[in-house]
Design a binder for this molecule. Structure first.
Ligand code: ADP
Length: 480
């Protein structure tokens, strides 16, 4: 075991300078379509108790319906029920707010402690820009002053603007239109052991977690701006990678009778056009937890056929397996929690989607399957190693201001869970000794790449780690 640890630590160290140098060679990265404003709010029991004490009808409704979490938030009671449910279980929960009245009510009663950048694309922009990529283009709509100022101020971070019939790249702070906070994703954060006492209910949070209640009427339908669509087609030659995400805020149905399908179809059509016009642009879809099986299915049917690569965690893999009619594989992963079960699930998803690449990240390891010939597996591994070092550095220090900071991650220990999965996988594949130290194998029509990752025991910050892992692994791992 000790030899294995030394060998992987050595590989992490040896590959870092080359991988850091690769960052400078990436022509440009596009991030769409999900940049938002997060309103971070620490849950304060006294404040919650006061809000409920002031409104007896609300308190009664909340208590009557507690335990039945609504699919969406249409009233203040829905909002509070979601919050209390998440707190009671210590489980993360995300719901969309669908009524403007409830948005106003929440702003009025709770407000927020501070605003910060949010959304998968927004987070990726702020994590990736400091690493020094030549160009990061982020989609943000509406780009108000408030939203623009939440983006990190870096000379390589841009939005796309149409000026005098020309598409130009401009820093967000030089391109915003108007002021205002039109969309807020509330992040209600609570610590372990927080006690809430209201007449009729007492609860103590079993663990720290967060409840997200999001009001985002524009992006809720994923109407990508026409000028952005045309602009990206026009400037695609400037970019090499496109990381797509954000469909988790769609609704199954809208008040006008339309559905998520009408939202997905134009985006799918656009991604198809982009692929045709700019086949060099590698496209990755970053999966997020999507509660609705219908919307997940829409993504499988309409979006995945247009992209090369998919990033997800083990929970999201199980959800997708249920969608593609392979529930028993999902049950195996959940019940057995073995690398064999995870691999079987990934293979089924590869077969169904015919994607070029799927990268799964789990605690302690990453596993990537890709079609042979897509990119050399050693390059894929380079991307995974960089992503793991970056994730470790960020968990350890809470911030990455420059790509030199990534090396902090090298000092973090390899995960025992990841190492034992590596050994189990080697045995399962009946692989030769080389696999244990290299993490690369041929598996049917696929190249398989596995790395044990470095896990920080007491992380300073874990928000958005999945996004940073998937995006950096994809970008560096698919560089030719
Ligand atoms: P999120 O939605 O918060 O990004 P994900 O489940 O998508 O969460 O991603 C979290 C990933 O981050 C895990 O799969 C794991 O690989 C990595 N990770 C989690 N905790 C740590 C840690 N303490 N140190 C390093 N990596 C971590």
């Amino acid at each position: 075991m000790l030899e294995l640890v030394d060998s992987w630590n050595e590989l992490y160290e040896r590959s870092l300078p080359e991988n850091l140098a690769k960052i400078d060679q990436v022509p440009g990265v596009v991030l769409g379509f999900h940049a938002t404003i997060d309103g971070v709010k620490a849950v304060r029991p006294a404040e919650l108790a006061k809000i409920l004490a002031e409104d007896e009808a609300l308190r009664k409704e909340v208590l009557d319906r507690l335990g039945q979490v609504p699919l969406e938030i249409n009233s203040p009671a829905d909002l509070v029920i979601g919050l209390l449910d998440s707190m009671q279980k210590g489980k993360a929960l995300q719901l969309m707010i669908r009524s403007e009245e409830t948005f106003n009510w929440t702003m009025d009663k709770f407000g927020y402690d501070r605003l910060r950048i949010g959304g998968t694309s927004g987070n990726m922009a702020n994590y990736l820009a400091p690493l020094g990529f030549a160009k990061i283009l982020v989609y943000a709509n509406p780009l108000t002053k408030e939203q623009a100022e939440l983006f990190i101020d870096k000379p390589n971070l841009f939005v796309l603007v149409e000026e005098d019939g020309k598409f130009v790249l401009k820093p967000p702070r030089k391109a915003y239109e108007g002021e205002g906070v039109y969309a807020v994703h509330w992040i209600f954060e609570y610590p372990t052991d927080l006690k809430v006492k209201i007449p009729g209910l007492e609860l103590t949070t079993p663990r720290a977690n967060r409840y997200i209640a999001a009001w985002n009427p524009i992006n809720n339908r994923l109407q990508v701006r026409e000028d952005f669509k045309r602009g990206l087609l026009d400037r695609a030659a400037d970019f090499s990678h496109f990381v797509i995400s954000g469909f988790h805020i769609l609704s199954e149905n809208y008040p006008d009778g339309s559905t998520y399908r009408e939202c997905l179809l134009p985006v799918a059509d656009y991604l198809g056009q982009l692929k045709e016009a700019a086949p060099h642009l590698k496209q990755h879809y970053e999966f997020a937890s999507i509660a609705s099986p219908k919307i997940r299915q829409g993504i499988v049917d309409l979006i995945l056929p247009h992209v090369d690569s998919l990033g997800l965690n083990e929970v999201e893999l199980c959800a997708l397996l249920r969608n593609i009619g392979r529930a028993s594989l999902a049950e195996d992963i959940e019940a057995q929690d073995t690398i064999q079960a995870v691999l079987a699930g990934l293979v089924a998803l590869m077969e169904h989607t015919k994607l070029n690449r799927i990268h799964l990240h789990d605690l302690g390891y990453y596993l990537c399957l890709q079609q042979k010939g897509f990119v050399p597996p050693k390059q894929t591994r380079a991307g995974l190693l960089l992503a793991a070092t970056l994730a470790a550095a960020r968990s350890l220090t809470g911030r990455i201001d420059d790509k030199a900071d990534i090396k902090e991650g090298l000092g973090v220990d390899l995960s025992p869970r990841g190492l034992s999965r590596l050994q189990a996988l080697a045995a399962h594949l009946e692989a030769d000794q080389g696999f244990l130290t290299e993490g690369i194998a041929s598996y049917g029509p696929y190249d398989l790449v596995f790395i044990p990752t470095k896990i920080v025991p007491k992380p300073v910050l874990t928000v958005g780690l999945g996004d940073i892992i998937s995006s950096s692994a994809f970008i560096i791992g698919t560089m030719e």
